[in-house]
Each structure stands twice: as structure tokens, then as C-alpha cells.
Ligand binder design. Structure first.
Ligand code: KG4
Ligand code: ZN
Length: 357
């Protein structure tokens, strides 16, 4: 079985082809550079750029996979959540191709793409505990099957990636900020500044990053003449702030995930894995600490290779393949969804959303 997946929900125009032998036949990603000068993604520019490139990216995916279009068994696209202008471009392209090839169309939740990709790359079995950390989302979930999730906790304000991006912006490190913060953190002193751990001991599994970001801002402002538009701090201070922020953000995630792991093990004694996914899962410091946590809890740690953590077509193709295997295909009238919670169709599990830490 061969599935083509299309991703266009933020600033990556991507297409990829995978098969049911867990082989990635092609993986084409175009990261839009146009947003850099604005310090963040501009939705209108993103949508236009997707439109300009999508046909070429799909064609490249088919050529590199060395298959004929007719060999494709289903066409999947990220149909939300995300920037709607871009999502519409990918969904329209997928529907048109599905129609032309007379093959089914599969609407994939972008978050499900992140959530399931480790099953392709690491052969992870259901159920597993997932930390989903991207630019727009930050959730702790139990993944039981495609479309079947139990959400244990979520951020009550900023997503983890958003916090990395905002800290990077304050320090003038450019966009996207995560990779730059990680790079600077590697040469900084992670014990120089004590930062708060919002919602620590809150009694639930929710997270919060807004207070952490504000604490970073206060440190920066303590440099007397600081002006958000102009001041560039000395390199050593930037590195120390990045290291302290990365350490604290990681501690916040590990703290709640550790409590979630206790719940997961008790409820699913056969569950084996802690998995991390989403753009922030590319962070090596976080991955190392998650690995330690998994060992402590007697679980195995799995993470997609770094290039499959940030947005890509492979994860959409794979989630599409899993859905297709289950018989979940979608009508060509499916409407793209700017908002689409991952757990909305899940059967209500006892304790869902209200797990006590
Ligand atoms: O999953 P993704 O590519 O897009 C969304 O679905 O949001 O995630 C992008 C986010 C950005 O906030 C980016 O700064 C963050 O992932 N990110 C990282 C790293 N690489 C990407 N955050 C921390 N460390 C990294 N190495
Ligand atoms: Zn994403």
C-alpha cells in the first residue's frame, strides 16, 4: 500500500510518499524563507507561497519515489489545525489528485501526523504516552489508535515552541527561535538565573509557559538601558539566558510527564513507550532528559529522527496510511478545519482531562 501525504498548514510546503512496509519512498520539504524578516509566520504570505510551490513539490515527491502516479493507493493531506489559507491549498491539491487518480482522499489532523510518525520510524506499539510539543500545541496524551486519544494535560497559555520562539525574539536570535535557543544554550551556564516553574504542584497535568517567558523578559529588562527593539545583549548573557530557559522549560515538561507516566503505567500495564513529537522534539537537551525519565519509569523512549520532528509530509502520509488501513477515508466535500482538537472524537475515558497529578 502506497500513500502520498501533503503538508501545508504552517510555513513548510511538503509532500512525501510512504508504504505499509514502513519505507519512506520520498520526502520533499520546502521551508518558506519569506517570513524570516518579519520574525514570525505571515499567514497571507504563507498561503501564497504554498500555492506557488505545491504542484512542484508533489511532482518531486512522485519522481523521487520512482513510482507512477497510478501506483498511489490514497492521497492524504493535513486538513487542519493550522493557518487556514495554507491548509486549503494542500487539501485542494490532494482532492484534485485523488479525483484525477480515482483514489480515496484522507483528511489528516496535523497533530495526528506528529503523534503517529514514531510508529513509522521506531515501530512503537499502541498504547503509548505522548508528549506533543510544537509551535502551536503542547499536550500530554495517551495514543490508543488512530483517532483515539486520551488527553491528560495541555498548556493553559503558550505552547512550548511558542515560548522558545518568543524568548529568541526578545534576544534577537531570529525565527524560528527553537534551534537558535538550543544552539546558544549549549554554550551557556544553565544555573546562572533561577526561573519559575509555572503550575508545578498544581495537582493536574497542565502546563504553562507564559510566566517563564515573562521572567526571561524581566532578566533582559534588568540590563538598565534595554530596549526591546534595539538592545542586543552580550553573547555570554544571551547564552546563559537560553541555557536557563531551556533547562527550566524542560524541567516543567519532565515534571508533568513523569506524573503522567505513573498514571499511564497503572492504567495500561502493557504500554511500553514514552514518545515525544512536534518541532520542539528536535531539541536534543529535551530528548536526553526524556530518555532519562523513561529509564526511571521503566519505559522505553522513542522519538522520530530530528528532521521528522518539524513539519513534513512523511508524518501526514503515514497517518493517512494508518487511517486508510482502518477504512477511514473522507469525502471530497470535507472542509479544512482551522481548529481541530485531537481528542474530540475519542470515546470518553474515565479520568480523561481530569487526571490528578
Ligand atoms: O511542529 P512544528 O514544525 O510546527 C508546528 O506544528 O507548530 O514546530 C515548530 C516549533 C517552533 O516553535 C520551533 O521554534 C520549535 O518547533 N523548534 C524547536 C527546535 N526546533 C524547532 N524548539 C526547541 N529546540 C529545537 N531544536
Ligand atoms: Zn507541526
Amino acid at each position: 500500500m502506497i500513500v502520498l501525504g501533503i503538508e501545508s498548514s504552517c510555513d513548510e510546503t511538503a509532500a512525501a510518499i510512504v508504504n505499509d512496509k514502513r519505507e519512506i519512498l520520498s520526502d520533499v520539504v520546502l521551508s518558506q524563507e519569506e517570513h524570516k524578516i518579519y520574525g514570525g509566520v505571515v499567514p497571507e504570505i504563507a498561503a501564497r507561497s504554498h500555492l506557488d510551490h505545491i504542484d512542484d513539490i508533489i511532482e518531486q515527491a512522485i519522481t523521487r519515489a520512482n513510482i507512477k502516479p497510478e501506483d498511489i493507493d490514497a492521497v492524504a493531506a493535513a486538513a487542519g489545525p493550522g493557518l487556514i489559507g495554507g491548509v486549503v491549498v494542500g487539501v485542494m491539491a490532494a482532492k484534485a489528485l485523488a479525483l484525477a487518480l480515482n483514489k480515496p482522499f484522507v483528511a489528516v489532523n496535523h497533530l495526528e501526523g506528529h503523534a503517529l510518525v514514531s510508529r513509522l520510524t521506531n515501530n512503537v506499539e499502541y498504547p503509548y504516552l505522548l508528549l506533543l510539543v510544537s509551535g502551536g500545541h503542547c499536550q500530554i496524551l495517551i495514543v490508543k489508535n488512530p483517532g483515539d486519544y486520551e488527553r491528560l494535560g495541555t498548556t493553559i497559555d503558550d505552547a512550548a515552541g511558542e515560548a522558545f520562539d518568543k524568548v529568541a525574539k526578545m534576544l534577537k536570535l531570529g525565527y524560528p527561535g527553537g534551534p537558535m535557543v538550543e544552539k546558544m544554550a549549549a554554550i551557556g551556564d544553565e544555573n546562572r538565573f533561577a526561573l519559575p516553574h509555572p503550575l508545578k504542584g498544581s495537582g493536574d497535568l497542565n502546563l504553562s509557559f507564559s510566566g517563564l517567558k515573562t521572567a526571561v523578559r524581566k532578566i533582559i529588562e534588568s540590563y538598565g538601558k534595554y530596549n526591546i527593539e534595539e538592545t542586543v545583549l552580550p553573547r555570554k548573557d544571551i547564552a546563559d539566558i537560553c541555557a536557563c530557559f531551556q533547562k527550566t522549560a524542560s524541567e516543567c515538561l519532565i515534571d508533568k510527564l513523569g506524573k503522567a507516566a505513573d498514571y499511564f503505567k497503572q492504567k495500561y500495564p502493557n504500554g511500553k513507550h514514552i514518545v515525544v513529537a512536534g518541532g520542539v522534539a528536535a531539541n536534543t537537551y529535551l530528548r536526553k532528559n526524556l530518555e532519562k525519565l523513561a529509564i526511571d519509569k521503566g519505559l522505553e523512549f522513542a522519538a522520530p529522527p530530528i528532521r521528522l520532528c518539524t513539519d513534513n509530509g512523511v508524518m501526514i502520509a503515514w497517518a493517512g496510511l494508518e487511517r486508510f488501513q482502518k477504512g477511514y477515508t473522507d469525502d471530497l466535500s470535507f472542509k479544512p478545519r482551522p481548529r481541530w482538537p485531537l481528542d474530540e472524537n475519542a470515546p470518553k475515558a474515565a479520568g480523561a482531562g481530569g487526571v490528578k497529578a
